[in-house]
Design a protein around this ligand. Sequence first.
Ligand code: HEC
Ligand code: HEC
Ligand code: HEC
Ligand code: HEC
Ligand code: HEC
Ligand code: HEC
Ligand code: HEC
Ligand code: HEC
Length: 437
Amino acid sequence: MKYRRMKDAPKTLIAGLAATILVLGLALTILAIGLGSSSKERESLRFRVNALDGSKDKCVRCHRDVTPGIIEQYGHSSMALAGVTCRDCHETAPDYPGAIAHEGSHILSEPSSARCARCHAQETAQFNQSRHGLPAYVAYAGTKKLSPELLATYENIPEGGYRPEKMRSALFAKEGEEVARFACRSCHDVGRPAPDGSVGNCSKCHLRHEFSLEQARKPETCNACHIGPDHPQWEIYQESYHGIAYMTGGHRWHWEVEPGRLGVKDFPAPTCAICHMSGFGASGTSHDVGDRLAWYLFAPISERRPSWQDNRARMQNVCRECHNERFVNDFYAGADAATERINAWVREGNAVVEPLQEGGLLTAEPFDEPIDFVLFELWHHWGRTAKFGVWMQGPDYTQWHGAYEMLSELAELRQMAKEKLAERDRKRAETKKDGSS
Ligand code: HEC
Ligand code: HEC
Ligand code: HEC
Ligand code: HEC
Ligand code: HEC
Ligand code: HEC
Ligand code: HEC
Ligand code: HEC
């Protein structure tokens, strides 16, 4: 859906206007019409005025006592200012999947993305084409529980079906539901199907009930999931010059500018969202976070994505708003070469283990003996960290939490393989001796 926002205006005007509006109690009407005022003004008003103050709506009146936090948060959102009500997201027909009877009406306790799609069709469609959709869910749950319709949707996501290894589903099964609820699922349920068959939990990034652009655009939003030894994008960002610019000057950036109209005046350095999602320079806003990626970096051995040249061009368009073409091309050439180098180390690790696999010296069960963990960590922790460090400028992660750990794990792997082979030879020699004596 298309809606209007207000253009910039000086601060004095904002304060003056705000006060007048408050006194006259006309804030909501004027804001809803949105004529002749600014996004900053809208912003300052939003924080001062609760759009739900004085509301006679039944839901609001009762929930002011029942869940005051929700009324406080939602009242200050731009959606509430635009007149979107509790009912628009929560109220539903009695026979709708997941509906519960509530105060003479029927509601969904967790409105699904199908509700958002009524007004935000484009964002929802892009999200559904991305790996934040069904692929995130399939990553731990597999495809077994998907309905035929959802399976078809999943299979039609262009970069969605790529699943080079399934070892971690075994971890999910081994650790059990009690733990998984707070572990795998906490992050991967961003793409879980709802009872009505729609996919995705938008509130993993748009924390209820504020729906604030500032919050969604800040890198802390992504660090709910993009953190830790296997995908330390948050830590890497903090170490990068981009992250340093954010942490030292971010309080002056223009966090609430209308999507699609951001520029270097608003953001002198990028956050995660600017590089991966926001409209910036020649690249349009997208909820498909794969849209600008050239490699499958999460894979043990990284390959190019199907439409990698177009994707790369979209990412480079963002870089070029701040860096020149030679700088960007030189950076990409270097990062491509580093990616290949890291691939080579993972291949080397696989080659060390191959004779053990072929000789039946490893159990078929994943994650039941130390060597399984060493091989896994070689690519899953350190290999990926090294690659992410390269691409998002975290030298400490590329070096000491990446390349160095890989070399150390490779040495350990070789030693473990040597011992297993020696043990096999010793056993063979013993059986031979037993047989001949
Ligand atoms: C007369 C009071 C009252 C009215 C009117 C009312 N609610 Fe509630 N609502 C409650 C109470 C009480 C709870 C339970 C709170 C709890 O469990 O702590 C609740 C819970 C909810 C929940 C959470 C349900 C769950 O399963 O987690 C939602 C969502 C909700 N209300 C939305 C609405 C909407 C939308 C309306 C208007 C159509 C509405 N409420 C009208 C009192 C009310
Ligand atoms: C733009 C959509 C939207 C609007 C408008 C909205 N909600 Fe919600 N609400 C949600 C979503 C999504 C969730 C579930 C989020 C989750 O569980 O992750 C939710 C959850 C809730 C819950 C249950 C969770 C909890 O923390 O108790 C209550 C109660 C609730 N909403 C009340 C309200 C009331 C009252 C209003 C109106 C003042 C309202 N909501 C307006 C989207 C909305
Ligand atoms: C009934 C229509 C409607 C529904 C349903 C709806 N929205 Fe909105 N949403 C709007 C409108 C209108 C705006 C524009 C507010 C503005 O910018 O003034 C908006 C704005 C937003 C924004 C941008 C906020 C900003 O400050 O610019 C986000 C994020 C958002 N919606 C998320 C959601 C999510 C997530 C859901 C589902 C849980 C949802 N919306 C459901 C109508 C809706
Ligand atoms: C802290 C949040 C978090 C937890 C907990 C987590 N993951 Fe992930 N997982 C991610 C993120 C983020 C990525 C994406 C990394 C990338 O694209 O570079 C990912 C990637 C993956 C992938 C590779 C992508 C794919 O679809 O093949 C698999 C498989 C996976 N996770 C499975 C699991 C399983 C199984 C568990 C539990 C044992 C788990 N994850 C726990 C956040 C998490
Ligand atoms: C609730 C957890 C969660 C949050 C919050 C989250 N992500 Fe993700 N993200 C994931 C998971 C899980 C995957 C891996 C999905 C897969 O490949 O199976 C992923 C994958 C990605 C990918 C790789 C997509 C691809 O095609 O391989 C990018 C880029 C990404 N996320 C960016 C972001 C950005 C930017 C933010 C913040 C604005 C963010 N994510 C917030 C969980 C999350
Ligand atoms: C990975 C985090 C993430 C998830 C998940 C996510 N969003 Fe967003 N969303 C963002 C960010 C970041 C922005 C701001 C983009 C920008 O900077 O222009 C945004 C902006 C929006 C806007 C305002 C766009 C505009 O042009 O005014 C809407 C509406 C919206 N999201 C709806 C949704 C809906 C609906 C879903 C679920 C289907 C969803 N989002 C899921 C991160 C997310
Ligand atoms: C300066 C721009 C920039 C910033 C800032 C940035 N990234 Fe990235 N990111 C990239 C580039 C470039 C790649 C590699 C692109 C490729 O594959 O061609 C990448 C790769 C990724 C991947 C790996 C996807 C895969 O294939 O496995 C994830 C996940 C990701 N970024 C998430 C994040 C998160 C989360 C943040 C913030 C904490 C962030 N990024 C900050 C530019 C950025
Ligand atoms: C909004 C502006 C902006 C965007 C977009 C941007 N950068 Fe930067 N970049 C900066 C700033 C500011 C610095 C710090 C400059 C300095 O060192 O003084 C920086 C520094 C860097 C550095 C140097 C780090 C070092 O170790 O010296 C690299 C490499 C880099 N950026 C790559 C990229 C890439 C690749 C992209 C696109 C994926 C990108 N940048 C997008 C603003 C931006």
